[in-house]
Every structure is written in C-alpha cells, then in structure tokens.
Design a protein around this ligand. Structure first.
Ligand SMILES: [Zn+2]
Length: 393
C-alpha cells in the first residue's frame, strides 16, 4: 500500500453537478478526502488527487437516499443484496422499511448491514419478527401478540443512530380490519415512546385511509402514497381527498414506495395536476415474483421526470428531501464540503424509454439516468456494472 500524500483522495472532474440542496446545477469539480466532500469548485487540479476520474458530460448528484427498501438480505426471502441493488443505482444510503422487528433486529445490525458498503439504516417493524413470515402469511400482524410497545421502543432508543422509526403495514393481507386501529395505536405509542416517527404502508388498507391518517402527524411517512388501490388519495371524482391534503398540511410525508401495485401512473398524474407531488421518491426494492414490476431508484427518478417533475425536483426527492425526513440533512443529501463523501454519476441517455406500472399504465420519457459510477465515503464503490473493492477505481 502506497502512502497517499495528495491533498485529495478522489476527484470527479468536468461533470455537471445537480445538487438541489445547494442550488447548484452547473459544471463543477468535486474532491473527496477522508470519506467526506472536501471541495466543490469550478476547477480543481487533477494532480491534487490520488485518483481523478473524468466525468465530462455526465450528471453528478449527491448519493441517492432510498427511504424505503428491504435490505435484511438472507433473512426474509424478499430482501435484496444492498450493494448490488443500491450502488448500481447511485444509491449510497438505503433505509430498510421494517424487515426486522425487535426480536431479530440485532442480526441485521451486527451481521447483515456491516457486510455492505452501502450506508444502511432502518425502520423497526412493530411486529416482533418483522417480515420473516411475510412470504408465507402475506403479512405480519395476524396476531397482535407479536406487538410489544416497550421492547420495540427500547430497541429504537438503543439504536438511534441506525433506527429512525416504527414501520407498520396497513394492508388487508397483513392485519384484519378489526385489529387495524389497535395496530395503529400501538405503533403510534412505540414511535412516541422512542421519540421517533411512524412509517405507514397505506396501500390496500383494511380500514378507510382517513382513519389511518388520523394517527399520523408531522414527520410521519405515508409510504405507497400514490397507489391506485381502493382507499387511495383520490376521491371517486379524482380529486385529492381533504383528509390527504390536511395530512400533508400538518407535515405528513408523502413517499412513493414504488414496487408492485403500490404506485399507479394515473394517480400520480392526477395528483401532479392538482399540485401534489411526492415528497420523496423511494423504491420499496425487494425480490418479488418475476411478473412484479420493481425499479431501481435511478429509473424511478427518470420515470418521475418523465411524469412531469423537473430533473431538479426529482433529484431533490431522492437526495435532500429523504435526508431531511430522517433529520440527517447536515451529513447526507448534498455535496457541500464537509458532507458525507457520497455521490452518483449518471450518463443522461436520450431516446424513448417506457416505464410501466402494474395497473397497465405506461409512461414515455426521453431521458434516462444510467448509472456510470457511485462514490461511497469518498471512494469509488461501483463503476460501469461492477462493485469495486475498497479504494479501487
Ligand atoms: Zn416495503
């Protein structure tokens, strides 16, 4: 190993930086040192870095933050290998949405997450075993004895740098309608007791959506918010329901959680027409049956751009916004000096691209973000189809 005497470890040279948090959309060079962003300037000397990568003509963004994925790989039958699914999509922070409960959280924390370069955070499932039986039972709250508010809250409090709240799945297959209000009340109690937040699956709810939203306040996350199932955000006339508008007004975060049947293009289009864009774009990435549509985050940013979001807004919804939702905006979601050295570089492919949903609605777009390189903690972690070993480029 040679001693690095250079001022910077890594330099990305000549790219077009899109960093909504700093209001930058312009040509910039970016330098990394000791795992952090060290400088962002119109010109930096490539000789000042141990490694310089020419990214002329490419789009450089802060590393994406995927607010809803499943990364307890090997434990639930549906969780993905985080590095393969995230780094290949420009995602440097993945948030596991309730794969583990208090009973099996420690193995995720101690054995699975540390085996990855992707920064992995989580929401704790309100049920003791998380999603381990999801594939068998189609849900996880068939028996409310699996809920223990004290133990869930204690797990979150003891792991507050990694666990950001409580996940509860309000889905007809997951919880009976007569148990749903109790499950919501107990999840709310665990979030309050741990001074964290709720993330609620709001697709295919066993009780009316307004009743679910009643339990949610500022900073809580409604994931799968743009689904087209019964009890979605639109009323029978296609207008946003007043309870949904009221929820947003009091600060409930409207998150995409795209996979499977959980995001309907027609609902998104109607919501956008009414001025109701998603706060955060997330994947709900998992291993599903072959016919299930599951996109990585670079494709979802491209898809929402095709649906009408500006590229800046689509990138903000996958960088600075999820960072803010987690209260981590001082270290994630921007390329300002001192922030985590996480960045993504994309080729902006032009052509005709078609994205699908599972309701049979397509979106045509002209631009696709194609991941070229992903930087994690100041070194190249993925480049053109390959995971790279620590320090390699
Ligand atoms: Zn999920």
């Amino acid at each position: 190993m040679t001693l690095n005497t250079k001022k910077y470890d890594l330099l990305l040279k000549g790219g077009t930086v899109l960093d909504p948090a700093q209001g930058i959309h312009d040509r910039r060079d970016i330098a990394f040192k000791d795992g952090l962003v060290a400088a962002i300037e119109p010109r930096l000397d490539p000789a000042s870095a141990a490694t310089a990568v020419d990214v002329t003509g490419k789009l450089v963004t802060p590393g994406f933050v995927d607010l809803h994925g499943h990364f307890y790989h090997g434990a639930t039958g549906s969780a993905v290998h985080a590095d393969e699914a995230c780094l290949s999509a420009g995602v440097t922070t993945g948030v596991d949405a309730g794969s583990a409960g208090f009973m099996n959280f420690e193995a995720m924390r101690d054995y699975v997450f540390p085996a990855h370069r992707t920064r992995l955070l989580s929401f704790l499932h309100i049920g003791a075993g998380g999603l381990v039986l999801n594939r068998i039972l189609g849900g996880d709250l068939h028996d409310l004895r699996t809920i223990d508010v004290d133990r869930a809250a204690d797990t979150i409090k003891k792991n507050s740098s990694m666990v950001f709240g409580v996940k509860v799945r309000m889905h007809v297959d997951a919880v009976a309608h007569w148990n749903a209000p109790t499950a919501m009340r107990l999840a709310r109690a665990a979030a309050d007791q741990s001074r964290s937040r709720l993330m609620v699956h709001v697709s295919g709810t066993p009780i009316p959506l307004p009743q679910v939203l009643e339990f949610m306040g500022k900073g809580d996350i409604a994931t799968h918010a743009f689904n087209g199932n019964l009890e979605n955000i639109l009323d029978n006339n296609g207008k946003l329901r007043p309870e949904v508008l009221a929820a947003r007004k009091r600060g409930v975060i409207m998150d995409v959680g795209h996979a499977g049947i959980h995001c309907d293009v027609e609902v998104v289009k109607s919501a956008l027409k009414q001025g109701f864009a998603p706060d955060t774009i997330s994947t709900d990435i998992h291993i599903g049956p072959p016919d299930r549509i599951i996109y990585k985050l670079n494709d979802l940013v491209s898809k929402f751009h095709a649906l009408g979001l500006t590229l800046k807004d689509a990138v903000a919804a996958s960088t600075v916004r999820p960072a803010q939702v987690l209260g981590l905006q001082d270290s994630l979601g921007s390329l300002a000096p001192g922030m985590s050295g996480d960045a993504a570089v994309f080729d902006l492919r032009e052509g005709r691209f078609v994205w699908h949903d599972m309701a049979g609605h397509n979106v045509d777009g002209k631009v696709r973000l194609d991941t070229y390189l992903t930087v994690r903690a100041g070194s190249v972690a993925w480049r053109e189809g390959q995971l790279t070993r620590m320090g390699e480029c």
